[in-house]
Write a protein that binds this ligand. Sequence first.
Ligand SMILES: Nc1ncnc2c1ncn2[C@@H]1O[C@H](COP(=O)(O)OP(=O)(O)OP(=O)(O)O)[C@@H](O)[C@H]1O
Length: 517
Amino acid sequence: MLDTCESILNATNILSSIRFHFELLIDKNKNSIHNNNNTIPETIFLNKLLNIKQTVKLSNTSNSSSKAQHFEQFSSQQISENYGMIPLESTQVDLSYINISKSFIWTVQRIQIEMSSIDAYQLHLVVTRYLSKLKHRPRHLLVFINPQCGKGKGRSVYEKKVLPLFDEANISVDTVYTERANHARDYINEHMSLDNYDGLICVGGDGIFSELCHSLLLKTARQAGLNMDDPKIDIKRPELRIGIIPAGSTDAVTFGTTGHNDPITSTLQIITGESLLIDIATVHSERGFVCFMATMLAYGFFGNIIRQSDNWRLFGPLRYNLAGFFQFLRNTSYHTELIITEPLEKYDSKALINNLNRHLFGNTVKWQGTIGEKIDSEQSSVPLVIKREDQYRTINCLNMPCRCEKSKYGMSPSVHLGDGSFDIILVKRSWRMGLFRFLRHVANDARTIEELSNVERYRATEVIIRPVITQQKEIGNWACDGELISANEVRIRAHHRALNLFASGICSEQIKKINKK
Ligand SMILES: Nc1ncnc2c1ncn2[C@@H]1O[C@H](COP(=O)(O)OP(=O)(O)OP(=O)(O)O)[C@@H](O)[C@H]1O
């Protein structure tokens, strides 16, 4: 096994593709390998290894009776010097590694191998040497735990599931248990330099993630001297990565970036240094910068639910259902104008005409490209700006699918996490049945939601949402990432891959699995 490892290393020098071949070991030590689920893998990728420990079994002939001792107590020099003197019989090697199940859940597997002490020593040396060369793995993390999240489970998720794995992977942590809302934000702002950390981690839900995301992006913008109030600003990606251990009540961000809300899966993805660049959108009002959008901005129905539930805190978590029901009965719609900029795409002439026809039908279209010659040429690069005006029950901009326990696929299952665009879902005024059908699709299967007669879906890089104030008694409420915001009109702009997360993303195979469920 060691030979194989070394030769692969010499041949390719690509650390992440190093594999340990176990068939050699299995052949050699048929009766001396034990595993916590009785299956011995034939190969393990170096990057999926967590830890290696060796326990030396002293012979009965030594002074003390048979006892175990951790090899790490000896320095390499001592071991080689003492090899001839210590009456070693054999050594047990404990190897822990990550297994990814068919449903993409990450778990830890443990193998115990009994082998000759010299083999064990060499194995330990090689594995620890190459593990230390995996530079994308974090070594030192700052962890924020919201003890109140998900009905108070934050502390136990961290202490029972997460911390033991960080210890096993030799990751050192500084821990902050938050005592109030915005505690994490203030901590990040007050600590001038976070350079000695390899990442910021939060244990909680989408709310505490949003706090970390805001503080880190704003701190980076401040340090770069950017004017956040400029709606045309290009934000700067922070150096630090953010990791989220899901322990909240919705966990839309972890569902969207790992496919699950499993604390162990997320912890192991942090340990192995998985990296996912995601888009973040800026939200500006007529007064300047308002906030970032990581998951969803809602105007009308969903914004009203957040406002209403804020006033009904005495009902506990039930307040969201009550507020939803109340807003459903009210069936209010809002006269609103939208100016949507679609992503710059390579259109061939046929696709361009189809696209135009789609938007021209019943709408006002403002074309911002030169159609004449280019439309006949093979390909053109042109953004399309569309103006829409109608009575809407709700307008939702989604940067992530927003999957959660209550929505199997999320409201916009096909939104791309890192292509510099977001989705807009418009729900027009209709009878209550129209809204009911929309909500039922969101809960069960929103993949073809735009086929509903009262729903439209757009992909955009920017949108201006402007309520048209007429004789209406009220305008709707705005909520961004679950927090109420105040604005008369908003401008939302996507920023391509503006944040780096410790997460694997969701591969097409995993999407197929989700779709089959
Ligand atoms: N110790 C604390 N006490 C009260 N509120 C806190 C505390 N720490 C953080 N918060 C705030 O609580 C809000 C919600 O927290 P979080 O998102 O972690 O949990 P959740 O609401 O259960 O989950 P989700 O957002 O996924 O529904 C956050 O906006 C955060 O600012």
